[in-house]
Design a protein around this ligand. Structure first.
Ligand code: PRT
Ligand code: ZN
Length: 298
């Protein structure tokens, strides 16, 4: 394989897989799967996808095997924290958020145990798969506690008598509730991020990365944006323009056969809520259309 190609590390099978593959598709990358299904060879650009366990992604990016990786901020931060403790740099930089895989790393207690703030953790046992992020947090809070490393099913630790508290990822909170646990403190808000190797790359590899990042940003903006079209009485154009969320100057165009009404078109970079449409209607807008934006390049 030419050394001018780059690889993007993506979770092979798990919570981030379909959204990650969807993003690669949205940024216009086509792949032919290799026989072992681990390496997807890019067919329209010299960019390949390597499908691996999410825990392996930071390492593959750090050692330069992959130029980029899509991984949870929780995994990237835990890896970086572990490296910091050995006075090593992470070997990757976080380039941006990807808008999926949202969760939080929180400390939770058994429903029937008391809680007087983080002081309650003093001298206690806390089960976690994130010992580095947890110890960073405890240091900032001046808490000395015993970390109980777990490799999975952390929520069972109190019931098994192995820990007094847990520190684990939470999304909906269903797992905590099912195990009679209550969330108390969030130590990290997480979502998927794109990380980039700190290794120096060739000029053409750098420009491929710039292309990927520009397309990712364009997709992110497009997801958040809506194209809105409406009819407005000429006298209400200024008022309506003010109500359009996160939009720059809207386009105002005449309507055939009307001297009192115009059409206004705008890209809104913020969510268009029902309340906004209702406020626009009160301001005189009619025939409102809100359309998704597929791609957006500044
Ligand atoms: O096999 P591989 O190592 O690749 O996958 P994995 O099993 O380690 O990871 P996976 O697929 O479970 O999660 C991948 C990433 O998804 C995580 O690193 C997070 O960035 C993100 N993510 C988002 C989550 C959750 N939401 C989540 N809810 N990861 C795990 N959970 C677990 C959590 O650990 C707990 O057991 O789901 C349970 C809680 O969920 P709720 O909804 O009941 O609160
Ligand atoms: Zn994993």
């Amino acid at each position: 394989m030419s050394e001018e190609r780059i690889k993007i590390a993506v979770q092979k099978s798990g919570r981030l897989t379909s959204k990650s593959m969807d993003l690669l598709d949205r940024i216009g990358l086509d792949f032919a799967r290799s026989q072992d299904q681990l390496l997807c060879i890019g067919t329209n650009l010299p960019i390949d996808a390597l499908l691996v366990r999410d825990d392996d992604i930071p390492g593959l990016v750090t050692d330069g095997t992959c130029a980029l990786g899509f991984v949870g901020l929780n995994v990237a931060s835990e890896t970086a924290s572990a490296k910091r403790k050995h006075s090593e740099s992470a070997g990757f930089d976080i380039q941006g958020k990807l808008g999926f895989g949202q969760c939080r790393l929180s400390i939770a207690r058994p429903d029937d145990s008391g809680w007087q703030g983080v002081e309650s953790l003093q001298g206690k046992r806390i089960a976690t798969t994130y010992p580095n992020l947890l110890s960073d947090f405890l240091i900032t809070q001046n808490i000395r506690a015993q970390l109980v490393p777990f490799s999975g099913s952390v929520e069972l630790a109190p019931m098994l008598g192995k820990a007094d508290y847990i520190c684990d990822l939470i999304a909906t909170g269903t797992t905590l509730a099912a195990n009679n646990l209550t969330e108390e403190v969030t130590i990290l808000d997480s979502e998927s991020v794109v990380i980039k190797t700190s290794h120096s790359l060739s000029e053409s590899q750098d420009s491929l990365i710039a292309k990927v990042m520009q397309r990712i940003n364009a997709v992110q903006h497009a997801i958040e944006s809506k194209y809105i079209m409406l009819h407005a009485p000429i006298g209400s154009v200024d008022k309506i323009a003010e109500l359009l969320p996160g939009s720059e100057s809207p386009t105002v165009v005449p309507l055939q056969g009307s001297s009192t009404t115009v059409a206004m078109h705008a890209v809104c970079r913020e969510t268009v809520f029902w309340e906004t449409l209702e406020a626009l209607k009160v301001a005189g807008a009619s025939s409102m259309l809100v359309l998704p934006v597929e791609k957006m390049l500044a």
